[in-house]
Structures are given as C-alpha cells and as structure tokens.
Design a protein around this ligand. Sequence first.
Ligand code: OAD
Length: 246
Amino acid sequence: MERMTFSETAIECLRTGRVLALTGAGVSAESGLATFRGEGGLWEGRDPVELATPEAFRKDPKTVWRFYTERREKAAQASPNAGHQALATLEEALGERFLLVTQNVDGLHERAGSRRIVRLHGSLWRLRCTRCGDEDEDLDLIASHRCSCGGRRRPGVVWFGEPLPAGAFEQAANAATRADVVLVAGTSSLVYPAAGLPEIGRDAGAWTVEINPEPTAISDRVDERIPATSGSALPALIEAAALGAA
Ligand code: OAD
C-alpha cells in the first residue's frame, strides 16, 4: 500500500470523534465508472438539461431511460473498490460515530456494506411512478417503465432543478455540525447543497480533509488535502488510525 502522511488531528478525530464522510463520483472511478465532469465524463459531449431534468423526461422519456439503463448496466457490472470497502470498515469500527453522505446513485457503497448512509441524489436502483408517486427498488436491468397504475416510472434520482429527498440534506447538515472530522472524497464540490457540507462542518469546528487527486472548488478552504485517489488514501487512512484491516 502507498505510504501517505495524515495529520495527527485527522487520526485522533477518527479514533475518538464523530466522522462525516462525503463522497462523489470519483470514489467509483476505480471501479471503472465514469465521473461527470472532465475528460471522458458522463457530461462530456452531452447536455445534462436533455438527460437529467424533469422537462427532458416529459419531452423524451425514451432517451432519458436509455441513458439511465446504460448507467444501471455499468453499475451492475462494476464492483466496489478499496475506497468503498474502507468506508464500510470505518462504519463497522465507529458505529454511531460515523455517517456516510453520498452524491452517488450507483449503489456501490451499499454493496461494500455501508448502511449508515444518506443518499443526497437518490439511487439508480429505485424507481418512482410519475403519476401515483409509488416508489420501489428495482434491480432488473431492463426495468419496466410502467407502474401498475398505468403511470410512467422514472429513475429515483435527483435531477437538476429538483429538491433533494425529504430530510436528506437536513440529516447530513446536522451530522456536519456535530462532526469532529469531515472527509470529502471524489467530488468536484461544484454541486450545491452537497458541496456546502464541509464548510458547514468547518464553521462548527470540524477538521476538514479532502481526498482527491485533483484540486477542486473547495481545496483552498479545507484544513488538509490528500492528493491521492480514494482507493489508495481511504485504506491508508484507516491503517494509519489502526481502525481495522482495510
Ligand atoms: P464530478 O464528476 O463533478 O467530480 C468527480 C471528482 O472526482 C473530480 O474532482 C475528480 O478529480 C475526482 N476523482 C476522479 N478520480 C478519483 C479517484 N480515483 N479518487 C478520488 N477522486 C477522484 O462528480 P461529483 O462531484 O460527484 O448530480 O458530481 C456532483 C453531482 O453532479 C453528481 O451527483 C451529479 C452531477 O451532475 C446529479 O446527478 C444530481
């Protein structure tokens, strides 16, 4: 495993304090899933307004479903990586001192064993009827696009311009204000309100650590930057804090 240096503060907070981990698409990059922005990203050469808005779905549900079916297939073929596993290990070691907040919809955190998880942007594996609102988990790769009420089903993800799932941000923000350390991994920190969580934590006294090979929109406002991938840095952090085999 790559040797990395972490601050004593981060290690001490992990050992004895409350930990909030915030993740984004970069955490799944080492599982082979594309991130959104940058080269080869999902939004490269595509207009998110035509794929990830309620208006797009009303206008052209087939195109929107094609995009999400492909993402469901890719996610199903992928496996959790060492970063996902490290976060599940952290939860196991810390119990109620730990909360994972993710912007990811791919289900890889859950498959790695994370249970204390707030999904800010929904899930690829949940479908919702646009007529009766009925929501259920659907693991079929070719999901039925019709609800039993006859209405059209849509992916249970948050689209641009839509509110986050009820209570999700409040739960995350509340955990941020109580956290001793906020670990931010694999996100460009461009999409709010998720991107505001580290600052909420920091304002309330938390130590903030960013794990990302590239600088981001919040890099100059965190206490500690680890310029490495989550698949290498998260297991190394757990090892440094002697919190379990990762
Ligand atoms: P982005 O694609 O905006 O950012 C991914 C980040 O991951 C970048 O900062 C990369 O440098 C970093 N990264 C890449 N590989 C990494 C690795 N192996 N380890 C750690 N970091 C790595 O994705 P998000 O920030 O998740 O919203 O995007 C936020 C939201 O914008 C998404 O949830 C989605 C999107 O539009 C909705 O769909 C509502």
